[in-house]
Design a binder for this molecule. Structure first.
Ligand SMILES: [Zn+2]
Length: 588
């Protein structure tokens, strides 16, 4: 009897404890309230513009007239003019991962879009999200067989997952705080930009099949597309985007439609379908959606940040965002008043080197294939005299020059020694390729008007100049200068990526690019500067100056939501823009 009573008491206490726990968990991101400041919006939407430098909104501000476009952040929200990534490998996959996780590469593990990992593949660099344990999911079977170069529908389609993302995202933390009842989705044209900012616990990430533009996912998330995605794919939307992009019937959707404004409205329409069909914001707790708009990057690499086509795309995006946010206002319960929106970019961009050189900046291109030939020659003379051996991996990209470990291993040469041998050869090899200095001439492309600039007759042509060389072994051992620059490098270190040497060139310099004009990869300000805007009840509208970082997004969102910050987050809470919280007592 007595035992029974004690059992009852314990059971009762346990029940109360359990109820309290459930109540607390539910409160963490639940209890959405329209318009009120209580840290519980119905939806948090993260909009990432792929390759959008932080100065561009200021440059085009007079042309941005839509009330709910960029002005949602510039006039009605909190906007930070000086947001800079504090790391050196400013590429798409690390950028999107940094935004989601609030950590840099040393915290989340993603250093590049792809890297050589000879344990995983010897015929191609593995991408940041490719994962042969999964398959892509789409309704390919009902598609007509496409002419080359498109893959036939029966081709094996390697799946994708966040396997290399070693930290949780703010979306993951919202899901954890609600025992998975909050919903989390990621959308982009690019797989990495859909998967990485959303995180491991996402209900789904959707990106496109590059040939057809149809939205796909991976068996990591599900074995079959939801009916609404199949309906979107079978509907007229892809054909309409092709028409808008002047590429009717194309089998190169990503390249030809992807570089136009039509791709942005295509993605935003898909986002609206997702919000409606997955009932985001109707859940009684906070849902999270990440949307990465890829078109700016695809066009920007081809035309450069200073082109008129980029300006026009920005003006189009202003109207497209206005349409999307106005749609949200009328289609999500509570409208924009119970929605938080964050705007940022995964990286900036360099001016096109010849255009910068024409203004007088020491900009230049380095031929990485010729550099690899020179290094291969010198290493062969040293290690395999009389035999030409290939020591560097193909498809080199800055800042990480990948080394083929196999010929070194045959000679029992360690990673540290191999990397040092390559690093030691780099300055002389670059000098050999440069040759003697010659007078500078403005570059005029065929058909273009010559620039107005006149250089002194004795001015010399800028040449590629290495400013920082470190082996992976040195980087992992912390052999990095204790300077501001060193901190950028330290934040970029990961053990991923086989054997390599990190090479940083002087600012405004880059490799010769294949088929595009400019790129982003460097520790320099133009690659690290991005917009940062917040719209929502807790954020006091205004223009905020002073340096902040994209890692502050996850730190701030999780703080105001009252959930844990992501597992490796290092950002600061942007307290300067937070509305003071009023307690019930103060209000009396
Ligand atoms: Zn890019």
């Amino acid at each position: 009897m007595r035992t029974h009573k004690i059992f009852n008491k314990v059971f009762c206490l346990l029940s109360i404890g359990l109820m309290l726990t459930l109540y607390t968990v539910a409160n963490a991101a639940e209890k959405t309230t329209d318009g009120a400041y209580d840290g519980h919006p119905r939806i948090v939407i993260l909009v990432v513009i792929d390759q959008f430098r932080g100065d561009l909104l200021a440059r085009y501000r007079d042309d941005l007239k839509a009330p709910n476009g960029f002005n949602l952040f510039l006039k009605r929200g909190a906007y930070f003019t000086d947001c800079y990534y504090k790391y050196a490998n400013t590429k798409t996959a690390p950028g999107h991962t940094t935004i989601g996780t609030g950590a840099y590469t040393d915290g989340h593990g993603i250093a590049s879009n792809e890297w050589w990992d000879l344990d995983r593949a010897t015929d191609h660099p593995v991408s940041s999200v490719e994962d042969p344990r999964y398959r892509l999911v789409g309704t390919f079977d009902d598609l007509p067989v496409l002419p080359p170069p498109a893959l036939p529908p029966t081709a094996p389609r390697i799946g994708a997952s966040p396997r290399n993302e070693l930290a949780s995202t703010f979306g993951d933390e919202v899901r954890l705080a609600t025992s998975g009842r909050s919903k989390l989705y990621g959308i982009s044209l690019k797989d990495r930009a859909a998967i990485l900012p959303a995180g491991a616990t996402a209900n789904a990430a959707y990106w496109i099949d590059q040939s057809t533009g149809r939205f796909l996912t991976s068996t990591y998330y599900m074995s079959q597309l939801p009916d609404w995605v199949t309906a979107f794919n079978k509907g007229p939307r892809a054909a309409q985007a092709m028409k808008e992009a002047d590429a009717e019937g194309t089998t190169q959707f990503y390249d030809l439609v992807g570089r136009t404004a039509a791709a942005n409205s295509y993605e935003l329409d898909f986002a609206e379908d997702l919000i409606q069909n997955e009932k985001l914001g109707q859940n009684g707790m906070t849902d999270v959606l990440t949307v990465s708009l890829s078109a700016n990057d695809i066009l920007g690499h081809q035309m450069g940040p200073d082109s008129d086509s980029q300006k026009q795309m920005t003006i189009s995006l202003d109207k497209q965002l206005n349409d999307f946010f106005s749609w949200l206002d009328t289609h999500v319960p509570g409208g924009l008043a119970s929605t938080w929106v964050v705007l940022t970019a995964d990286h900036g961009i360099s001016p096109i080197p010849y255009q910068a050189a024409n203004v007088g900046v020491p900009a230049a291109n380095l031929d990485l294939n010729a550099l690899a030939d020179e290094i291969n020659k010198k290493l062969s003379e040293r290690y395999t005299p009389g035999n030409d051996t290939v020591w560097m991996m193909p498809l080199l990209e800055l800042p990480y020059l990948s080394i083929d470990r196999r010929p070194f291993e045959k000679l029992h040469i360690s990673e540290a020694e191999a990397e040092k041998a390559v690093a030691d050869l780099l300055p002389a090899a670059i000098a050999t390729l440069n040759g003697p200095p010659e007078p500078v001439e403005p570059v005029v492309l065929p058909g273009a008007t010559p620039p107005e600039i006149k250089f002194s007759e004795t001015r010399l042509k800028p040449q590629p100049h290495p400013v920082f060389i470190r082996t992976k072994t040195q980087l992992l051992a912390g052999d990095i200068p204790a300077t501001e620059f060193g901190q950028l490098v330290a934040h970029s270190v990961t053990s991923n990526g086989g054997w390599y040497v990190m090479l940083e060139l002087q600012a405004y310099q880059m490799e010769f690019l294949n088929g595009i004009q400019t790129t982003h990869f460097s520790p320099w300000s133009y690659d690290r500067h991005v917009p940062l805007g917040f719209f929502g009840a807790p954020f006091v509208p205004g223009l905020y100056r002073g340096v902040v970082e994209p890692v502050d997004i996850a730190a701030t969102i999780t703080s105001v939501l009252g959930v844990n910050r992501p597992s490796s987050a290092v950002g600061h809470v942007l307290t300067q823009m937070l509305r003071p919280e009023t307690t019930g007592e103060q209000a009396k």
